[in-house]
Design a protein around this ligand. Structure first.
Ligand code: PHE
Length: 337
C-alpha cells in the first residue's frame, strides 16, 4: 500500500495543469467522495499500529500536494481572466455623459467676467432678507406698493422676513461692511409673487452692480453699461437710456440695447421697436448712502440691476422662461459645448 501512495505522490508532483478543467479532473480523482484519498483513508484503518505514523505522513503529503496544485491552477486562470489578452487599446472608449452648465449660469458667468475686467468683484447677498435690507434702507416709503403682499413672499409668522424681491438688498449689505471705493456685483435668485407664464416667473435671477467712489458721475454709469452692452451683445450694439423711477436711485433710468436679433430694424422679438429693455439703473440715492453710513457729500455712485433670464432668452432664442426651471434634459443638453 505504501508503494501505491508513493506512486500517487509522484503522479501529482508531475501533474501540470494548464486549464481549470484539468484541475477539476484532478480534484475529482483525488478529493471527491469516492476519490482516491477516501479510498486510502479506508484502507488506512487496517494498517498495523507501528506503521500508522509513516502511512499517515505520506497520506497527508499527498492530500496537501493535490490541494496545492488545484490552488495554483485557480490562481493562474484568475490572473488570465483579469488580464484579457484580446484587449484592443486602439478602440475608442465608451461615451461618458458629461453634464454642462445651466444656461442661466453661463450667462451669469459671462456678465461677471465682463464686469470683472473693469475691476468688479462678486459678493453674495441673501435670499431670505429682512424688510430693512430689501426695502427700508433702499428708501422705499412705508406705503410703497412693492411692499404689497401681491408682490412679495413674506414669511407668514413674521412679516419682517421675506424672500428678496430684487438683489438690491445686496448693495446695502456690501456698503454696511465695506468702505468706498466699492465695485461689486451681487448675482442671485429673486422671488416675486407673480402668475407664472411664458414671459414671467415667480423665481428669476438678477445681477446687481454697485460702484461707489469720489466723483462718480452719470457719465461713468453710461460708459460702463455701454462697454458691457458692446462686449456682451456685439460691437455694433447701441444703448438708449430712458428716464425711470426707483426709490433707491436718483436720477433713475432703464436701459435698452439695439435688438441683437434684427440689428435694430424691428422684428417679433423686439416687437418691431428695434430696442430691447435689459436693465434698470441710476445714481445711488443720497438717502441710501446715508442709511449705510457713507457720506453723500463725499461719495457718489451708481447701481444697476439686470435680469438674467431675459438676457439668456435673447442670447439663446428661448421663448418660454419656464424652460429654465423645468430641468428638461432635452432642453439642457442644447447648451453643451
Ligand atoms: N432692483 C431693480 C429691479 O429689480 C433694478 C435696479 C437695480 C434699478 C439697481 C436701479 C438700480 O427692478
Amino acid at each position: 500500500m505504501i508503494e501505491k501512495i508513493k506512486d500517487f505522490i509522484q503522479e501529482v508532483e508531475e501533474f501540470k495543469a494548464e486549464t481549470a478543467e484539468k484541475a477539476e479532473e484532478l480534484r475529482l480523482r483525488f478529493l471527491a467522495k469516492k476519490g482516491i484519498l477516501n479510498e486510502i483513508f479506508a484502507e488506512f484503518k487496517a494498517v498495523a499500529p507501528e506503521q500508522k505514523k509513516e502511512y499517515g505522513q505520506k497520506i497527508n503529503l499527498l492530500k496537501q500536494l493535490v490541494e496545492k496544485k488545484i490552488a495554483e491552477v485557480k490562481e493562474k486562470t484568475e490572473e488570465l481572466s483579469s488580464k484579457p489578452n484580446d484587449l484592443d487599446t486602439s478602440l475608442p472608449g465608451p461615451n461618458i455623459n458629461l453634464g454642462s452648465h445651466h444656461p442661466i449660469t453661463m450667462v451669469k458667468n459671462e456678465i461677471i467676467e465682463i464686469f470683472g475686467r473693469l475691476g468688479f468683484t462678486v459678493a453674495e447677498g441673501q435670499e431670505i432678507e429682512d424688510d430693512y435690507h430689501n426695502f427700508t434702507a433702499l428708501n422705499f416709503p412705508p406705503e410703497h406698493p412693492a411692499r404689497d403682499m401681491q408682490d412679495t413672499f413674506f414669511v407668514e409668522t413674521n412679516p419682517d422676513i421675506l424672500l428678496r424681491t430684487h438683489t438690491s438688498g445686496g448693495q446695502v449689505r456690501v456698503m454696511e461692511h465695506q468702505k468706498p471705493p466699492i465695485r461689486v456685483l451681487v448675482p442671485g435668485r429673486v422671488f416675486r409673487n407673480e402668475a407664472v407664464s411664458a414671459r414671467s416667473h415667480c423665481i428669476f435671477h438678477q445681477v446687481e452692480g454697485l460702484y461707489i467712489d469720489k466723483n462718480v458721475s452719470f457719465a461713468d454709469l453710461k460708459q460702463t453699461l455701454m462697454y458691457f452692452a458692446k462686449e456682451f451683445y456685439g460691437e455694433k450694439t447701441e444703448i438708449r437710456l430712458r428716464p425711470s423711477y426707483f426709490p433707491f436711485t436718483e436720477p433713475s433710468a432703464e436701459m435698452d440695447v439695439s435688438c441683437s436679433i434684427c440689428g435694430g430694424k424691428g422684428c417679433p422679438i423686439c416687437k418691431g421697436t428695434g430696442w430691447l429693455e435689459i436693465l434698470g439703473c441710476g445714481m445711488v440715492h443720497p438717502n441710501v448712502l446715508k442709511n449705510c453710513g457713507i457720506n453723500p457729500e463725499e461719495y457718489s455712485g451708481f447701481a444697476f440691476g439686470m435680469g438674467i433670464e431675459r438676457t439668456a432668452m435673447l442670447r439663446y432664442g428661448v421663448t418660454d422662461i419656464r424652460m429654465f426651471f423645468e430641468n428638461d434634459m432635452k432642453f439642457l443638453s442644447r447648451f453643451k459645448h
